[in-house]
Design a protein around this ligand. Structure first.
Ligand SMILES: Nc1ncnc2c1ncn2[C@@H]1O[C@H](COP(=O)(O)OP(=O)(O)OP(=O)(O)O)[C@@H](O)[C@H]1O
Length: 244
């Protein structure tokens, strides 16, 4: 797979507290996403997963704590600067812009790149990686199949050639076949050297692709460990995910 440059920077979330109005949603959260690894954040509905992602991307401000990407402190940086450092995201539910074509969606992903030739070159690289998108480049995104839409949403996130890509529940609302396809793409991205932060509720498949994981419960990290260790912890499964 031809994709982004190899990652070398670690994302470190250190003692972060964040929330809305008067309520703290995240409480003293410590998470590390090591370069070139798949790190997952597992949590049930309302655990604070989206809030954590919003805080990493600068859409929500940490009230306490700091976030580093390599040597840069990003917790108080504007979103566009965080993106320019090499952090991209694939939004929840693999959202695409339905009234725009596949190519137009990719161009939107490349808005930060101010050089049209570079946008076009990057699009061609991604078409090599996702040939199905090339075949459908002129098709309206709203008419794509669920799997193709996921692919487009991931490709759009890759347009800026990021080092770290943050996935917000990519399996949400997808049929099992498409879920497997998305996780296969995650594996390929890791093989290509990207760092991946995978925020999910799908415990089994996520732990199968992840190197390391964190379990978020009511805004706090209740457990962490390498995937094998988390997978073999039946208590965690029963208590937090209802999986037996
Ligand atoms: N804009 C907001 N204003 C106030 N409270 C919010 C806001 N967004 C989220 N919350 C609250 O923060 C808590 C965590 O929500 P969050 O969306 O981060 O959880 P989540 O783990 O992503 O859940 P889900 O899997 O259901 O998307 C919830 O109690 C939610 O009601």
């Amino acid at each position: 797979m031809r994709t982004a440059s190899e990652s070398s920077r670690k994302l470190s979330i250190i003692g972060v507290t964040a929330g809305y109005d008067k309520a703290d949603v995240l409480k003293n959260v410590n998470v590390e996403a090591k370069p070139g690894q798949v790190t997952c954040i597992l949590g049930a509905n309302g655990a604070g997963k989206s809030t954590l992602i919003r805080t990493i991307l600068g859409l929500n401000r940490a009230r306490k704590g700091e976030i580093y990407f390599g040597g840069d402190a990003i917790a108080r940086m504007p979103t566009h600067r965080i993106a320019a450092l090499g952090i991209a995201t694939v939004p929840e539910g693999n959202r695409v812009l339905p009234k725009m074509t596949v190519s137009e969606n990719l161009k939107v992903g490349g808005l930060l790149i101010r050089d049209n030739a570079r946008v076009a070159a990057r699009m061609e690289e991604l078409f090599e990686t996702f040939p199905r998108l090339k075949e459908r480049s002129g098709q309206l995104a709203g008419t794509l199949s669920g799997g193709e839409r996921s692919m487009l949403s991931i490709a759009r996130g890759l347009m800026t050639d990021p080092e770290l890509i943050v996935f917000d529940e990519p399996s949400l609302g997808l049929s099992p076949l498409f879920v497997s396809e998305v996780f296969a793409i995650v594996k390929r991205l890791k093989a290509a050297g990207l760092s991946i932060l995978l925020v999910e509720q799908n415990v089994r498949q996520t732990l199968r692709v992840a190197d390391y994981g964190y379990v978020l419960v009511q805004g706090q990290v209740m457990a962490e460990g390498d995937s094998e260790t988390l997978m073999q912890n039946p208590e965690l499964h029963r208590a937090y995910f209802g999986v037996h």
